[in-house]
Design a protein around this ligand. Structure first.
Ligand code: NAD
Length: 270
């Protein structure tokens, strides 16, 4: 009976020495506070704790199949945008979890379907989906927004970024920072060609949550594509079209300070 009352925690971590040390502290502190630490991912757990950097957080979200169990990020990496708890704050953080002293931010992700001659592949991305031409050739596609053909793009590529991914690759590519729980997403061009021959938007476009995007490739001879999902290269080189939407579901990120987003921006980007 008592075991049933205990809250369960899944832990995800990377393999760095510092992370292993912090993981031991986290596990001891959880057990001392009456939590159960699962041996393997339990979909009935109460929390997912991620110890590492942003890459570890993103991997945990993918490995758990975009689990709806609230994620808590403890940073042992460099930037730690998602892992906003400092590794010196483990004990206080576990007390806050125990006392339900936290807020939840719902983070939407991107759902996409990639159609090739042979198959349709489905992906979700927490930060972004990027399409470029393989090697250094120019990428050509038509972009449809809610069935309106908006532009014929020519350039390096395009990125579809979530609000929580807006501070990652999107920011480097000149996109805007979006508050993480806004229900919208962003289309950011990568080096679009602007000339008498090619006309496409050279700024990011922010679209509301129900917008349906269709990207239809315009192939030139043996065009090959490079598709990136949250920084991971996907081995799909021949693409006919991609359907992109903001997810209906969310992942939940636990935050302990309701102003954490502004503090994160100030400390990590300015
Ligand atoms: P990585 O170690 O190569 O990370 C790149 C950097 O992005 C790290 O400093 C990481 O902390 C930071 N980062 C990741 N997500 C972030 C977010 N939501 N907000 C702010 N910073 C964030 O690889 P990783 O840690 O696995 O991250 C993968 C991400 O790297 C991709 O999703 C993509 O956004 C980013 N990336 C950026 C560029 C660029 O800025 N030119 C190029 C490729 C990939």
């Amino acid at each position: 009976m008592e075991e049933k009352m205990k809250k369960k925690v899944n832990i995800f971590s990377n393999l760095y020495k510092i992370t292993n040390e912090i993981r031991k502290i986290v596990e001891d502190e959880l057990v001392a506070n009456n939590f159960i630490v699962t041996d393997e991912f339990d979909e009935n757990a109460d929390f997912n704790i991620v110890i590492g950097g942003d890459g570890t957080f993103i991997k945990a979200v993918h490995d758990s199949n975009f689990s709806e169990i609230p994620f808590i990020g403890i940073n042992t990496g460099h930037l730690g945008f998602y892992n906003d708890v400092h590794h010196n704050e483990v004990a206080e953080t576990i007390q806050k979890i125990k006392n339900n002293n936290y807020f939840i931010h719902n983070l939407r992700y991107i759902d996409c379907k990639v159609s090739t001659d042979d198959d349709i592949y489905e992906f979700n991305s927490l930060n972004e989906l990027v399409l470029k031409a393989k090697y250094t050739s120019v990428l050509h596609f038509n972009l449809y927004v809610d069935d309106v053909m908006l532009e014929s793009f020519a350039g390096d590529g395009v990125m579809f970024s979530t609000p929580s991914g807006s501070t990652a690759y999107n920011l480097s590519a000149g996109g805007a920072i979006m508050y993480q729980s806004i229900d919208a997403f962003q289309i950011t061009p990568l080096a679009p060609i602007r000339s008498a021959l090619h006309r496409s938007l050279d700024k990011s476009l922010i679209v509301p949550k129900d917008t349906k995007i269709k990207l239809i490739t315009r192939k030139r001879e043996d065009t090959q594509f490079a598709l990136g999902i949250d920084g991971l290269h996907q081995e799909i080189e021949s693409i006919n079209y991609i359907d992109i939407q903001l997810s209906k579901n969310t992942i939940q990120k636990v935050v302990f300070d309701k102003n954490w987003f502004w503090k994160n921006i100030k400390e990590k980007f300015i």
